[in-house]
Design a binder for this molecule. Structure first.
Ligand SMILES: [Zn+2]
Length: 220
């Protein structure tokens, strides 16, 4: 962990830092700062971008670099099975029978509407779990991103100058499912982006963003 004085930029020796009180006094300029405000992220080397792990990609375009990852989830096949069985039975039972008998019945048709909506939701979720992808376009001013399937999904934009910190947030729900979010602090509104399950893919995306953020700080 590297620590620099935010006032004059000198490196802070360990004896200048008091972790318990979260204070650090710079031996060069005498300035007292919050210790946590003096921590600098480790340098990211370009090597982390040389070998995108399976399921991720990186390409150079005229004015930007594009990094992406599949959002494919390991439980996608369980979801395919569940959706087929659940929707197959309920939709066939409600609408299939009417079509075969060529008789329209109002009550079951209305009763079936919630099942249709749930089916649409399940099919959408399944498609995302198989074909979902995330792509970031990073240029000299900032970046934009997309997360979804085909042309449907979430889009966002941010500028390097607003970005103060990049970190991940892990949540575990009651069913034991873990989900990961990438948080871009400082941009407004704060961006919370879903990350893939695979740690290597997560790390690749985070490193790529950190690397270009670091380059921007050097060039500005
Ligand atoms: Zn100083």
């Amino acid at each position: 962990m590297k620590m620099l004085c935010p006032q004059c930029g000198s490196a802070l020796p360990p004896e200048a830092v008091n972790i318990a009180t979260d204070l650090a006094q710079c031996p060069e300029c005498g300035q007292v700062n919050r210790a946590s405000a003096c921590v600098v992220e480790d340098e990211i080397s370009k090597d982390v971008l040389r070998q995108p792990p399976p399921g991720t990609w990186l390409r150079q375009e005229a004015d930007a670099i594009v990094v992406g990852t599949t959002m494919r989830s390991k439980s996608a096949w369980a979801m395919v099975l569940f959706t087929s069985v659940w929707s197959g039975i309920s939709i066939f039972g409600i609408y299939g029978i009417q079509i075969i008998k060529r008789s329209f019945e109002l009550t079951p048709t209305l009763f079936g509407i919630p099942f249709l909506l749930v089916t649409i939701f399940l099919v959408g979720t399944t498609i995302y779990m198989i074909f979902g992808r995330q792509e970031w376009r990073l240029d000299k001013d900032g970046g934009s991103g997309f997360n979804g399937v085909g042309r449907f999904g979430k889009r966002w934009r941010f500028a390097w100058k607003d970005l103060s910190r990049i970190h991940t947030h892990t949540t575990r729900d009651n069913h034991g499912n873990t989900s990961y979010k990438l948080i871009l602090e400082g941009v407004s509104p704060e961006l919370k982006i879903s990350l893939p399950e695979c740690k290597e893919r997560q790390q690749f995306i985070i490193n790529a963003i950190r690397y270009y953020h670091q380059q921007w700080r050097r060039w500005k």
